[in-house]
Design a protein around this ligand. Structure first.
Ligand code: SF4
Length: 208
């Protein structure tokens, strides 16, 4: 079983970027939140739009307290921890600190590492080329499967049988092919109404 690798040197994390914006996709679309993008990802999706995040060794490092200070400087007391793959790092202490200051913690993960941290919301976005740990499907509040080609619907269904009954199911068009694939997702959701479509609205309204 994989566990978080020892990237927590000196109790700091490699951080690609931080920004205050609106959640663009999934269940919390439209809500203001602070975003912290962690460095490090070994999934290496061909269509990844944050490839600069993959190498965990090239980013500035922040402490838990520095991350907290940035979050508290903004109005919304909610943080989206994203990447990269945040669970490459042990997030127990960071989440404890954030919760102690009333910050809601939202996680975006591929689920390929053992969980750490405590989360108010978990978005699991499984990838076929590097599948989640089986135990992590049960942690998902929302399952977000990227659809880049028609055969991805079968992958989405294979994942959906592994999540909890109350997990919200999303199909999201891969952005570079969204014009051709979105109509297929619309028809799929009409035929299979347990699924919802998720759009990357931040890209349509040009916010980070
Ligand atoms: S899992 Fe996410 S961060 Fe990692 S390569 Fe895929 S899209 Fe990029």
């Amino acid at each position: 079983m994989k566990s978080a690798e020892n990237f927590n040197e000196l109790h700091t994390f490699p951080i690609v970027e931080t920004f205050y914006s609106l959640q663009g996709e999934g269940f919390h679309t439209g809500k203001a939140a602070f975003f912290v993008r962690f460095g490090g990802c070994h999934v290496c999706c061909g269509w990844c739009d944050v490839k600069e995040s993959w190498n965990p060794h090239v980013h500035p490092r922040l402490t838990n307290e520095e991350i907290l200070t940035e979050i508290l400087a903004h109005e919304a007391k909610a943080v989206v921890i994203t990447g990269g793959e945040p669970l490459m790092h042990n997030l127990d202490e960071l989440c404890a600190l954030l919760h102690a200051h009333g910050v809601h913690t939202f996680l975006e993960t591929s689920g390929t590492f053992k969980f750490s941290g405590t989360w108010d919301w978990v978005c699991l976005s499984p990838k076929q080329k590097h599948k989640p740990l089986e135990e992590n499907f049960a942690r998902a509040n929302e399952l977000k499967v990227i659809i880049a080609a028609p055969e991805d619907f079968a992958w989405a269904e294979a994942c959906a049988v592994k999540v909890q009954k109350d997990c919200i199911l999303y199909l999201q068009p891969e952005y570079s092919v969204h014009q051709s694939i979105t109509p297929l997702i619309v028809e799929y959701c009409k035929r299979n109404p347990q699924w919802r479509i998720s759009l990357q609205t931040h890209k349509f309204i040009d916010i980070p």
